[in-house]
Each structure stands twice: as C-alpha cells, then as structure tokens.
Design a protein. Sequence first.
Length: 262
Amino acid sequence: MKTLNIDSKHVFNVSSFVYILLNIGLAVATLAIVLLFESPWIALAFVLASKWRIFSARPRFWVSNLMSNTVDIVVGLGHIVMLYSMSGAIWSQIVLTAVYMIWLVYIKPGSTKALIATQSLMAIFYGSTAIALSFYDINIVLFMLLLWGLGFFSARHYVVSYDNEDLSNILGLVWGFVFAELGFVGYHWIFAYILPIGGGFYLMQLALIMTSLSFMAGYFYDYTKNNAKVKLELIAGPILFTIALILVMILLFNKTPEGSIL
C-alpha cells in the first residue's frame, strides 16, 4: 500500500499564503463596510467578530486569550474609528487600510523585541486616538478608566516579552495610572491637529504625547534589562528627543483647542 507523501514545506507555504490572503481581505472588508454603510458600528462589530478564535478554546483559557489579544483588538477598533473619521478622504482611508494590512500580516504575528514594542506603541496611538475622538464628552472618570486600561494592557504586553509575568502586571498598573493622570489633563485640554488630507481627520495631541512617553519608557526599560550599568550618554538622546517633542507640541502648537470633535 502506497502512502501519501506530503511536502511539509509546501503545506507551510500554502497555509502562509492563505493566512496573508485572509488578513488582506479583513483589512479591505473594514474599508468597504465603512464606505458602504457610512457608519462605524457594523465595521466595529465585524472586527470583534473576526477575533472569534479567542473563545474557540475551553472557557478557562478565555481570560488569558483575551488579555494576550487586547493589543490586537485595540488596534482593530482604533483603525475603524480613525477610518470613519476620515470620511470623504478616500485616498487617506486607503493608506490607513494599507497600514492595517501591514499590522495584520507582519507586525501582529511578530515575536521579536522590536516588533512587540511596535505592537504596544501602535496600540497606544490607535487606542488613545479612538478614545479622544469618541469619548471626549463622557464622564471624566470613565475617560480616565479607558486610558488606564490602555496603559495597563499596552505596558503589560511589552514587559511580558521579557519573561516576567509578575513584573509585567505591576508595571502595567503603574503605566495605567500614568495614562489616567494624562487623561485627566487631556479631558480638560483636548487639542487636535487637522492634517491637510481632507475628511476632517484629527491628529490628537494626547495620543502623540502618550506614544512618545511610552517610547521613552520602553527604550529605558529595554536598556536597563540588557545593561548592568546605566550610561547616561546612551539614554540621553531618546529621552531629550521625547521631552523636546512634547515641549514643542505644548508650547508652539497649542493655538487652536478642539473641544468638539465628532
């Protein structure tokens, strides 16, 4: 009796191609739904439904699966909110969809330190932008809680890659409180930069500050984990650049506050 000989490399290539094709289709579908229905709600539901695999395991794994996929969910939901805010600027929406494709195909599956850091930073930028755009007029406590959750899960996602589960939860709590404090200030002082791309897209100052601070903190954490002795000259550059960027935004580009966005 002859046995069927299947080339494992061929199977891997086929599965990789199908994976890429499905994720490209997911990104294109989000754009098509937003354009077709002119509402973010169906697209948001579609993105959430695409995460069905979180609950495909036994119920006792649901919480851990949900926590490990929170960053991906945040980017997906933030993508929809930003996509909808660009209504009328089709080329900008196409570019944003292309970025989401890159996220799904290349960034999200990555396991290197650089890609994990990129995952956390993208979640912070997308998440804080979506929160500022959608919930600027809700109760301040809820606004701060949303940002606290964003800070906790994004920091935890980054720190857990260093194989320290307990420390990741502690630092996640700390970074969550930092985000909540920034949210308190941002709630009363929401600024947005209107980009010259049409469609009324707002680049939120709060998102830029949170992402910049997180980059600085992540760089410092990585440096201390890989070096027994901290050398100021090696960490001063990124820290000074981040501080300078934030000061420039606050001091030079705070002329037009945007209190009503959506």
